[in-house]
Ligand binder design. Structure first.
Ligand code: SF4
Length: 388
């Protein structure tokens, strides 16, 4: 297994931007993942004015404005503050990692819980959690966020009761809506008190996997089986899911999306255009479940990431048509595998001399065979499918 990359262990946010090869990355966490037309179009303007006009959607349903120059950062921050998208202080901003099911699009319980949890996590006496620690509010009839990164989850039990679950555990605690946030905060304190965080890092699933016994209350009910849910671009009951190749769009695309309806960000490199029930006529978005670009995932690669050995997305785009429908190719700029932490049928990992192929594994796993250049892969693209 390769570990030839830097482990940073923290997540950028608007008050703690991260330097990248193309400037600062400023992460915006819209409350509940929702953006009205004005907010979305103003973010698009800010990204063009203060960044390089490129916007990512993260696997936590946040936006990242890329290419922000240091001298432009304060202007961007002021603009985001005017839109009320930034917390009052860095601790609160760092703690507010909450993903809400994209299909709860009205002012219902999911968004009320998200708002109450945000307030609880912003209190001066709130637990100070690891940077990657987060919460998922996944309380529609069947869970859809199980593969999204979160440490404490609100879900439904088989009888419809609300449950609070530690990620990685097979059981949870039944909770009432008015005490749900209290239960989640108590569980996050338990995580800290029982040694879940070391040197500012730690995740719940790993803590549970080490055999740390949960408080008795959190062993009360079995979790519901995972829903057979695979998000794809196209029509849903709540609106049109639009895919973004590699989870990235231009400021112009965000501005165009904003014209079509309120937006709900998802952790699946897609945006839900709430209430839209006809295919949007937009350039540079994926509106179809069969589009080959749905089958490839790639990190930003070179030159935007200083750790990347090669460009990634141009290669992934060229190979996408050779990935069988229903399967996936991950192209990673280094062994860290930021874009896809879980195994995929085929992964290409860049190194100094070319791309190594891994079958049914992660970017850090052992490759098969010697590295191959991007040019050789383009000349013979089906080699990515050999022996998969
Ligand atoms: S996986 Fe990609 S984005 Fe992550 S550190 Fe490596 S090159 Fe950079």
């Amino acid at each position: 297994m390769s570990t030839n990359f830097l482990v940073k262990g923290w997540c950028p946010n608007a008050l703690r931007p991260m330097a990248s090869g193309d400037g600062l990355i400023v992460r915006i966490k819209p409350p509940g993942g929702r953006l009205g037309a004005r907010e979305a179009s103003e973010i698009a303007k800010l990204a063009s004015r203060y960044g390089n006009g490129v916007i990512d959607i993260s696997n936590r349903a946040n936006l990242q404005v890329r290419g922000v120059r240091e001298q432009s950062y304060d202007g961007l921050l002021s603009g985001l503050m005017e839109l009320d998208l930034i917390d009052a202080n860095a601790d609160a901003e760092a703690n507010r990692n909450i993903i809400v099911t994209p299909f709860a699009v009205t002012d219902d319980l999911a968004h009320t819980l998200a708002e109450d949890l945000s307030h609880a996590l912003a209190k001066p006496n709130a637990p100070r959690l690891p940077g990657k620690f987060g919460f998922a509010i996944d309380i529609e009839e069947a869970p859809v966020l199980r593969s999204a990164p979160a440490d404490i989850r609100f879900e439904r039990a088989s009888d419809g009761s609300l449950v609070c679950v530690a990620d990685g555990a097979g059981t949870g605690a039944i909770i009432a809506p008015d005490t749900a946030v209290e239960a989640a905060v108590a569980l996050s304190r338990w995580f800290l008190d029982t040694g879940g965080m070391v040197d500012g890092r730690g995740r719940m699933a790993a803590h549970i996997a080490r055999g740390t016994p949960l408080p008795e209350r959190f062993t009360a009910v079995p979790r519901k089986p995972e829903a057979a849910f695979k998000p794809t671009p196209g029509q849903t009951e709540k609106g049109w899911l639009v895919g973004l190749a590699f989870g990235q769009m231009s400021a112009q695309t965000l501005a165009a999306l904003a014209q079509l309806g309120p937006l709900q960000l998802t952790p699946w490199r897609m945006v839900l255009i709430v209430g839209l029930h006809q295919r949007p006529e937009l350039q540079d978005v994926i509106t179809d479940a069969d589009d080959p670009l749905n089958r490839v995932v790639a990190c930003v690669g070179a030159p935007s990431c200083p750790q990347a050995h090669q460009p990634t997305r141009s290669l992934a785009r060229m190979l996408s048509a050779h990935v069988p429908n229903g399967s996936q190719l991950h192209v990673s700029g280094c062994a860290k595998g930021c874009a896809q932490p879980t195994p995929t049928p085929r992964t290409l990992v860049a190194g100094p001399t070319g791309f190594s192929l891994i079958h049914h594994g992660r970017a850090g796993d052992d490759p098969i065979g010697a590295p191959v250049s991007a040019e050789a892969l383009i000349a013979n693209p089906t080699r990515i499918n050999e022996a998969v």
